[in-house]
Design a protein around this ligand. Sequence first.
Ligand code: AMP
Length: 461
Amino acid sequence: MLRIYNTLSGKKEVVKLKNGKAIQLFVCGPTVYDSSHLGHARTYITFDVIAKYLKEKWFDVFYLQNITDIDDKIIQRAREKETTPEKIARKFEKTYLQDMKSLRVNSVTKYARATDHIKEIIEQVKTLVKKGFAYQIADGVYYDISKFKNYGKLSRRTALQAEDAVSRIDESKEKRNKGDFCLWKFSREGEPKWSSPWGQGRPGWHIEDTAITQKFFGAQYDMHGGGKDLVFPHHEAEIAQMEAISSKSPMVKYWIHTGSLTVNGKKMSKSLGNFIIIQDFIKQHPARILRFLVIKSLYRSPTDYKEESIAQAKKELARIDEFVARLSKVNHKLKKGHNLTLTAERAFETAMEDDFNTPKAVAVVFDLINRQNALIDKDLLNKADAEDILKFLKKIDRVLGFIFWPKVKEKIPQEVIALAKERGKQRKENNWQKADEIRKKITELGWQIEDTKTGSRLKKL
Ligand code: AMP
């Protein structure tokens, strides 16, 4: 029985969905004006695991994500770089997708750009104006929050607070209420623009998501996710828009929010300047470490990023690799096996069914490793058991995605290649002492040279 903490009710609920139909999951995608940082990685790795677990355990999943490719921040960045907003958006969309690939985040069924849905956005704004929920002033069309009686039902508030760093509520003296947000913004000179019944302009931030979800899922769907910082006003605004348009409630059955990745207790963010971009992290450490670090923490709690955790994670992953290598070598044909996968499988499921408790799921893996290692030490594991355990690990790795990681071939530095050549030459000339000295130098550079019948081979130490 899967239980999820639903932000809408403020408690863990047993998930009840229609059988035989794909689960509809929508997660807010990035605003593509810069490289993504580790905070983004936390949110998107989390939803990758959630989508994969739902797929493994339940039925099919249609995982939809938008890409905000038109926004003030993109326009501002284009100005700074003396280029067009479109070029900025395409460049950072590409890097975002590459980052996701490096982290093995590959469960999204459809990425939908805001600019590909202008027609749907205009239709929604038109309906809101017609139904009296929206009004036009000098700089755009705004949503009147006083007209939607349930405004605040998700976040249990209706006004901004200091931590709402990503509010993007446009300020205008003519607004009816302080919290009214822009649906359609009139474009200024040189800004991207599309024609609309109210004049040339571009969409506000909140309306793109409901236009996209209505197109793919309809007015009501199963699950919506994002970082906690989006609950207010972004997700509140989405509810106000969609439920006003369709007169159907709730727009979403289960709201799932990730806790922030923090640095010294403060949210990792561009505006605070305390961020590490994903590309910089993976230049220094395997991407696998980042995926593992995210999964080791409880998705709903804030997690502080610490350099020390990296060394610990490396050790733990090495332990997994060592165990997998050991299992592959077990060759006994003992009659009575000692296979503990059944208990582990149950424990894994229990952890995941309890609001995707991945730290507990990871603990199950290490507990299995400890117990099975003790049996291998005593020669009490047979080949069939070992194969079963590998099968189990492969199965849960379809969700976790950090246990089996393809080995990345390390590029051999030119200096090492040159030394290896020189050593070969010295050996041919029987200068063994010189050859040995060169071998030492190669070792000091972190490489090992192995001599085989067919020649020498370099290996990273
Ligand atoms: P943005 O591009 O800033 O709109 O963010 C895209 C997604 O990443 C949203 O769901 C944010 O909530 C999430 N996000 C941004 N920063 C962090 C962070 N420090 N920790 C966790 N999630 C974050």
